[in-house]
Design a protein around this ligand. Structure first.
Ligand code: SF4
Length: 390
């Protein structure tokens, strides 16, 4: 057997699960809430099922909401949930016949095993049903366009249950689908998600190495994953980059053992925590996935010397963020790291005031970063050699 033939055999799918071509299935997925952070899963999942195409809605914008979502919101909610109306409305105008709006119950968090649970916010879970109602009120807008609306229950935190829920949701729309295919597609989805995660964390480590080697400060963003959406987070992170400050996101920080041991080793040794990913010393009600990661990000930011400022973003009417504001600020400021908050973000991009605030923060970064780096370095063992690029 030639080497190439053996590679082909290795790649072959298990018998009975040959990829079917389903060119006729055109999937639309809104780019909303926790689809940010899980998008690679969805693309790989549907590709594995052989669908014709997967289309995501555009990034959130005021124009998108006004054009497609106006009048579709059925109850008052936080801005990221309301914005879903614009995404669904936009997708109704695309060439799709299956609209998939995942009801994400829990998330595949890197803190799993060290926290009580990895649940989504309840508003994230209910958003697909809540906003769908607005498109049924004056007639079924989906049926009118020949589009099937499917909202699978998605427990990412319990991957063994995922195939069953996705199979049950999709079999009404894709009649020849089998459980075996869905299992395989879920595996492909997780593989893609892991790979994306790995690359993103690798890039964060690269940034930290650059800061270490050049003794330069970085800014850490603490937010929800969907604040990466320019229409939700208003590109506040990009404003810092424009001023020359590298930006790290809490959800893609590097997790190398040597780095975590350097930052958290003393806390583990002294019994304050049982593992570097343990947050029970500062947050006991650790059920919400994004909240847990924000809290852990605050701990990381308070320890890493080159993170000299932490920027907190929060959306209009976010109930989940309220109880975390003070703990996060205390964790960060107790280390001498600067803390700034941009709260109540909604559809209006306050460009002028954002720029003025960013420029003010940049002034503080320039004035105080070196002192903060030195003070934080003094509290830690010598810098690990893996951080310095020669
Ligand atoms: S976490 Fe906050 S912004 Fe996100 S869906 Fe829940 S309430 Fe809304």
């Amino acid at each position: 057997m030639s080497f190439l033939t053996s590679l082909t055999l290795l790649k072959r799918r298990p018998s009975g699960t040959e990829r079917k071509s389903r060119e006729w299935v055109k999937v639309g997925i809104p780019r909303f809430l926790n689809v940010w952070g899980t998008a690679p899963f969805w693309t790989a999942f549907f590709q594995s099922l052989g669908v014709g195409k997967v289309v995501f809605s555009s990034e959130t914008s005021e124009e998108q909401y006004r054009t497609y979502g106006k009048g579709r919101v059925t109850m008052d909610s936080c801005y990221p949930v309301k914005a879903l109306a614009g995404h669904i409305g936009e997708l109704l105008h695309k060439d799709i016949n299956l609209l998939v709006v995942p009801m994400i119950y829990s998330l595949p968090s890197f803190l799993k095993g060290y926290v009580q649970d990895t649940l989504s916010c309840t508003r994230v879970m209910m958003a697909p049903e809540n906003i769908k109602a607005g498109f049924l009120r004056e007639g079924d807008e989906f049926a009118k366009r020949g589009i099937r609306y499917v909202s699978p229950f998605v427990p990412f935190g319990e991957p063994e249950l995922l195939p069953l829920y996705l199979y049950r949701a999709l079999r009404s729309a894709i009649e020849d689908i089998t459980m075996e295919e869905v299992k395989l597609a879920v595996e492909e989805g997780f593989k893609a998600l892991r790979e994306f995660d790995r690359k993103a964390r690798e890039l964060s480590l690269k940034i930290i190495r650059w800061c270490t080697t050049n003794n330069r400060p970085a800014v850490l963003i603490l937010a929800r994953p969907y604040h990466m959406d320019p229409g939700i987070g208003h590109e506040i992170d990009a404003e810092f980059q424009l001023l020359g400050y590298p930006v790290l996101w809490y959800n893609y920080l590097p997790l190398e053992d040597w780095l975590l041991n350097w930052l958290f080793g003393k806390d583990v040794e002294e019994g304050r925590i049982r593992h570097p990913l343990d947050i029970s010393d500062v947050w006991t009600s650790s059920y919400s996935s994004n909240t847990n990661e924000i809290i852990w990000g605050a701990k990381f930011g308070s320890r890493l010397p080159w993170i000299t400022a932490v920027i907190r973003l929060s959306s209009y009417e976010c109930g989940m963020d309220q109880p975390t504001f003070t703990p996060v600020q205390r964790i960060v400021e107790s280390s001498g790291t600067m803390f700034f908050k941009f709260g109540e973000l909604d559809e209006t991009k306050p460009s002028g005031s954002v720029r003025i605030r960013v420029e003010t923060i940049a002034y503080y970064l320039q004035q105080y970063s070196q002192k903060i780096i030195e003070a934080k370095l003094k509290r830690l063992p010598p810098v690990p050699h893996q951080l310095v690029v020669y």
